[in-house]
Design a protein around this ligand. Structure first.
Ligand code: HEC
Ligand code: HEC
Ligand code: HEC
Ligand code: HEC
Length: 416
């Protein structure tokens, strides 16, 4: 099997902006990809035939061109450069990748009805030749000025939007105003549920209803993430009441709200370090039913005013903790991960991995969403795409589509 290391280690850049990949691996034949004389044959050493397009000769490429002109150009453009939304450029794409995808459309492993129809009657030789043809073309280059407009990543978007909240909820989510809850230490799930409950009226509060109405679902997630990643400090507000008596009364609460008020459940709020006046108001609201929650209503109705104050004083005095949320990657950090397989700036040097440089941004957005939803299957890409936000996908598509594209030729070193 080809090793990526071997391939990239021997990579050279020619004057023509091609990447010359020397094949130091058994599967390559002693020829450049497109010179005459290399028989399209199955390699020795127990390889599958997926590398066949690398052995295609000039005659194969010419036949591939005839097929492409009649069967593919209407959608993919005359020279493999698409002018249709969501239809990928094929020019200069890596040959083994193209061939593998054509087989995937044929077998239905990759589902797309336009592509299934385009390839269903083609034999394997035809797929090899048309793949070799498209791989031999000059790739599309980005239009000058494209890819400039990038969206803030999730954390930055959250920070920007949170500017509207800190007047009441305190700088970085630590409240200084009695009655206003801190927003640090809350799990993003509880946080976004709360925003939804204000929106749909399940949780009644006029101030928060109007605030929540202005927040999109995607932005609620970003804001929740921003506050979850802030340093969890206790509210800077007074906490009157008998904390020691509160601790004794809290024995029945720890099962759900966690030892010392730090919850381990994403749907049960942490109480540690929360503003005492807010905790008091919340317990009263559960008790009289203005805050609708069966579990908390049952528990709170057993509490008298004094116990409520003591519980609030106890929890307000506990040390809050940031929820267990990892800081997401920035676009640049994602790009570095993508480059491990897709090559520097998306110029893949492994004929199995698709190049991304110069690809249409709308197509990249579409397929990344496909990997994320599972509509397009790939174990490598599912692992990657699962962690991408909508903004990440837009940014990565803008980034890779605006990179200078380089075609590759696979050659073999003398003596191999
Ligand atoms: C009717 C329009 C249409 C025709 C004709 C067509 N394609 Fe496509 N092709 C598409 C669309 C749309 C996609 C993207 C589908 C998807 O998202 O999986 C695609 C995707 C592909 C891909 C995957 C590219 C990648 O980067 O993963 C390959 C390879 C491909 N086409 C090759 C061909 C070849 C070869 C032919 C001619 C034999 C052909 N197509 C004919 C519309 C077409
Ligand atoms: C004008 C003051 C004000 C502003 C501005 C404000 N809030 Fe609030 N927020 C409140 C009050 C008061 C409550 C408590 C309401 C209640 O009792 O349910 C609250 C409660 C919340 C809660 C529930 C906390 C918990 O522990 O259940 C969340 C989440 C929240 N706000 C998020 C936000 C976000 C996000 C913004 C900015 C987009 C924001 N708030 C802006 C006053 C405000
Ligand atoms: C069976 C689990 C359970 C137990 C036991 C429990 N709670 Fe809760 N508590 C919850 C859940 C779930 C919520 C969130 C309800 C909602 O969305 O309004 C909540 C919400 C709260 C809130 C509102 C916090 C906020 O940020 O808005 C307070 C205050 C509270 N509980 C105090 C207590 C106290 C004090 C006790 C013990 C007397 C207690 N809870 C026992 C499950 C529990
Ligand atoms: C571990 C290796 C690996 C990493 C890391 C990786 N990819 Fe991929 N990627 C692949 C493979 C393999 C495929 C082909 C999968 C298939 O057949 O669907 C692919 C396919 C794709 C495609 C489809 C290309 C096309 O023409 O249809 C896109 C877009 C893509 N990757 C983007 C990314 C981005 C963005 C990142 C970084 C966030 C990334 N990849 C990271 C291995 C990887």
């Amino acid at each position: 099997m080809m090793s990526d290391k071997q391939a990239t280690a021997m990579m050279k850049k020619s004057t023509k902006e091609h990447l010359l990949i020397a094949c130091g691996f058994v599967a390559c034949v002693a020829t450049t990809a497109f010179t005459a004389g290399a028989a399209a044959q199955t390699a020795a050493a127990g390889n599958t035939n997926e590398l066949r397009p690398l052995y295609a000769d000039a005659g194969d490429v010419a036949e591939g061109k005839r097929l492409a002109t009649s069967a593919c150009a209407s959608c993919h453009g005359a020279e493999g450069i698409s002018t249709s939304p969501d239809v990928p450029n094929l020019a200069g794409q890596r040959a083994v990748y193209l061939y593998t995808e054509l087989r995937a459309y044929q077998s239905g492993v990759r589902s797309d009805s336009a592509m299934h129809n385009a390839v269903k009657f083609l034999n394997d030789d035809a797929l090899v030749k048309v793949a070799a043809y498209f791989a031999s073309l000059e790739p599309a280059q980005p239009k000058p000025g494209s890819g400039a407009a990038t969206k803030p990543d999730a954390l930055q978007a959250g920070k920007d939007a949170a500017a509207a909240c800190t007047g009441c909820h305190g700088e970085a989510g630590v409240t200084k105003t009695p009655g206003m809850p801190s927003l640090v230490g809350l799990d993003p799930k509880y946080f976004t549920d709360a925003i939804n409950d204000y929106k749909n009226g399940k949780r009644k509060n006029e101030l928060m209803k109007s605030m929540a109405a202005a927040i999109s679902d995607a932005n609620a997630k970003n804001i929740a993430l921003y506050f979850a990643l802030q340093k969890a400090e206790a509210a800077k507000t007074p906490a009157p009441g008998d904390a020691a008596a509160g601790k004794a009364a809290a024995a029945s609460c720890g099962g759900c709200h966690g030892e010392n008020g730090v919850s381990a459940s994403p749907t049960t709020p942490s109480l540690a370090g929360q503003d005492a006046e807010y905790l008091t108001a919340a317990l009263r609201a559960y008790k009289d039913g203005t805050r609708d929650n069966e579990t908390m209503k049952g528990l709170a109705s057993a509490l008298d005013e004094k116990t409520i104050k003591n519980l609030a004083a106890y929890y307000a005095g506990q040390k809050p903790q940031a929820p267990n949320v990892r800081k997401p990657f920035t676009t640049q950090e994602w790009v570095e991960r993508c480059e491990r397989c897709h090559g520097l700036n998306g110029n893949s040097t492994n004929p199995r991995f698709p190049a991304l440089a110069g690809q249409r941004a709308d197509y990249l957005v579409k397929v990344l969403n496909g990997y994320r939803s599972g509509a397009r299957k790939s174990s490598e890409m599912a692992a990657m795409a699962g962690g991408l936000s909508e903004n990440d996908i837009d940014n990565l598509a803008a980034y890779f589509s605006s990179q200078k594209a380089r075609s590759v030729m696979y050659i073999v070193l003398p003596g191999k």
